[in-house]
Design a protein around this ligand. Structure first.
Ligand code: GCO
Ligand code: MG
Length: 409
């Protein structure tokens, strides 16, 4: 078999997605997700200018060789743009291999280690009653674990909190990057946040009891000692995990946090390679690997980092927001189904528009996700529908402290 075409499709059904479609001389096609939220066209251009011509004529079965070729031959390794482009190629080749074998990709990765993937959903509210409504709605839909984000008195605009009542249908209105020529500005006050968050979890535990697994995302906004303080103050509420408490470019920062708290830690949604996890895993400084197949070079490296993590009893918690396309979500769901050290899968349903463009065999039943048993990844692109949603420039928001300083997020 030989690759005869590699096309990049940019579409914006509710939000922007970049998809690579690889075609072979035997008529089999494969899809890969190359979406980098707010920087979509950089990856599209990396693919069309530097990668697609290298694929023509190659044997699509040689996934590992193609991955190593793209990673090593460029000389310039790593980084989100490069690794999202390589991820798309890797996923598309696994998709083709699965179709050629007549098997879903998880079978090629060793077969299912469980019947389906337990997920967590995103509840949020501007105040406690709104948050409780959002949690109840998720529980009614079958979610068994809940991420809790809430507004903080003194902070006017906070990422991760739906601005509209959940009933409007714009359920995750904070999640699509804002469309427009400039990013929107939010604000941040760490002291107000550290004071408020434990009171929210106390209220949630009082209302929903001790059993419900609860998660929280800190979006990299604290210093290590502030993160340690938060982890400690949340211990009474028994979190499933506390995510991205501090920027992790400096992996050693987690030694300090770890010395102070037993709250489980999840890190890695912005990581691109196993090297970003090296110290965190080897020194057992985290509990969950948050990488996304799309930003981590695809299925092949995701499986490898999880095999490394398994030696240290560290589990998966792959990044699954709506900016990971249905192709990327399917890719990591196949990995999650196959590995032994699966933890949980983040799941935010894609919009109806997105699902008209990406036709999927994925199912979500009673809080459990399954990639389906179609050969390959189980996602096909409706190119006509994709063409009807042209790209729109979009940015993630950023935030400033009260004195005007740009802050991490
Ligand atoms: C999460 C994430 C998202 C990201 C977004 C950025 O835990 O799901 O933090 O909310 O901010 O995916 O592209
Ligand atoms: Mg996150």
């Amino acid at each position: 078999m030989k690759i005869t075409a590699a096309d990049v499709i940019v579409t914006s059904p509710s939000r922007n997605f970049v998809t690579l479609k690889i075609t072979t001389d035997e008529g089999l096609t494969g899809l890969g997700d190359a979406t980098l939220n707010g920087r979509e066209l950089a990856v599209a251009s990396y693919l069309t200018e530097h990668v697609t011509q290298l694929l023509i004529g190659r044997d699509p079965h040689r996934i590992e060789d193609t991955w190593q070729f793209l990673y090593r031959s460029a000389y310039w390794r790593r980084g989100p743009v490069t690794m999202a482009a390589i991820a798309a190629v890797d996923m598309a080749l696994w998709d083709i291999k699965g179709k050629a074998a007549g098997m879903p990709v998880y079978q090629l990765l060793g077969g299912a280690s469980r019947t389906a993937l337990r997920t967590y959903g995103h509840a949020s509210g501007r105040d406690i009653p709104e948050l409780f409504d959002s949690i109840r709605q998720h529980l009614e839909e079958g979610y068994k674990s809940i991420r809790v984000q809430s507004s903080v008195p003194g902070i006017k605009a906070l990422y991760g909190v739906a601005a509209q009542a959940q009933a409007t249908g714009e359920r995750y209105d904070f999640e699509p990057a804002g469309r427009g020529a400039q990013p929107t500005e939010e604000d941040w006050d760490t002291r107000a946040y550290l004071r408020h968050v434990p009171t929210v979890f106390e209220a949630v535990r009082n209302e929903f009891g001790p059993e419900l697994p609860l998660l929280h995302d800190g979006h990299h906004r604290m210093t290590p000692i502030q993160a340690a303080k938060l982890g400690k103050s949340l211990e009474p509420y028994d979190l499933f995990w506390l995510e991205d408490v501090t920027p992790a470019e400096n992996q050693e920062a987690f030694r300090l946090i770890r010395q102070h708290t037993t709250t489980p830690l999840a890190v890695g949604e912005v990581f691109n390679t196993v090297f970003d996890f090296q110290t965190l895993i080897r020194e057992q400084l985290i509990d969950y690997v948050r990488a996304a197949s799309t930003h981590f070079g695809g299925i092949s490296p995701l499986k490898k980092v999880m095999d490394y993590a398994a030696q240290y009893q560290i589990r998966s918690g792959f990044h699954g927001p709506t900016d990971v396309s249905p192709v990327g979500l399917a890719a990591q769901s196949h990995v999650g189904l196959a590995i032994h050290n699966f933890g949980i899968q983040e799941y935010m349903e894609h919009s109806k528009k997105t699902n008209t463009v990406f036709e999927q065999s994925m199912t979500f039943v009673d809080g459990y996700l399954h990639p389906g048993d179609s050969p390959g990844l189980g996602v096909e692109l409706n190119e006509e529908a994709a063409a009807s949603f042209p790209y729109q420039q979009a940015y993630l928001p950023y935030n400033r402290l009260t004195d005007g300083t740009v802050h991490d997020w």
